[in-house]
Design a protein around this ligand. Structure first.
Ligand SMILES: [Mn+2]
Length: 192
């Protein structure tokens, strides 16, 4: 797999409430996008607490991670969060999200994955699971609401098969809004 991350704290400040993580053992890959509520120090504390919970519970399935994380970070402001899990061999992808983080798959066609209402660490009513399948070369975008929601992929055609870091920095440069932290993670499936 290949992964690129681009983060842009609000006003280039010292804190970033948007946090991303990715982990792979070569078979199972987990991608996480986290937006600590609001911005500033306490958003970052919430975001990092969620990241740390995920990192320490990678053996659990995604619904268990969401419920455990929601309990574990209850003394923070809470977060919006999306987690994608990918089987590197077969290409199966599952995704769950709570709050307004965004996810999309860019393959032969582009599909947007939907999340659920709520706040991890405060309350959410249900956790739906979206399923997809990735072929080698397909991309997964996970991003926060610090980017404009609609990413017009056609504008980046020439970058989609190229350097992921350049793609991530170009998208965040073009689409980050002025009033929030912004984070984008791009994953590319490689042939197994
Ligand atoms: Mn945000």
């Amino acid at each position: 797999m290949q992964v690129a991350v681009s983060l842009r704290p609000l006003h280039a400040g010292p804190y970033c409430g948007d946090v991303v993580g990715y982990w792979s053992d070569g078979v199972t890959t987990t991608l996480a996008i986290i937006d600590g509520l609001g911005h500033g120090k306490f958003a970052e504390i919430a975001g990092k607490a969620a990241l740390s919970f995920i990192e320490n519970h990678l053996d659990q399935d995604v619904s268990e991670i969401f419920s455990g994380c929601s309990d574990a970070i209850r003394d923070t402001r809470g977060v919006a969060m999306g987690i994608a899990r990918i089987n590197e061999i077969g290409g199966a992808l599952t995704y769950s999200g709570v709050g307004n983080t965004r996810a999309m798959i860019i393959g032969k066609k582009t599909s947007r994955l939907s999340g659920n209402n709520g706040i991890v660490g405060v309350d959410y009513q249900k956790l739906s699971v979206e399923n997809g399948r990735l072929d080698a070369g397909d991309l997964v975008f996970l991003y926060t609401d610090g980017l404009r929601e609609f990413i017009d992929i056609s504008l980046y055609r020439e970058l989609l098969e190229g350097d992921l870091d350049l793609l991530a920095s170009s998208v965040i440069e073009d689409l980050a809004i002025e009033r929030d932290d912004a984070a984008l993670l791009i994953y590319r499936k490689e042939a197994h």
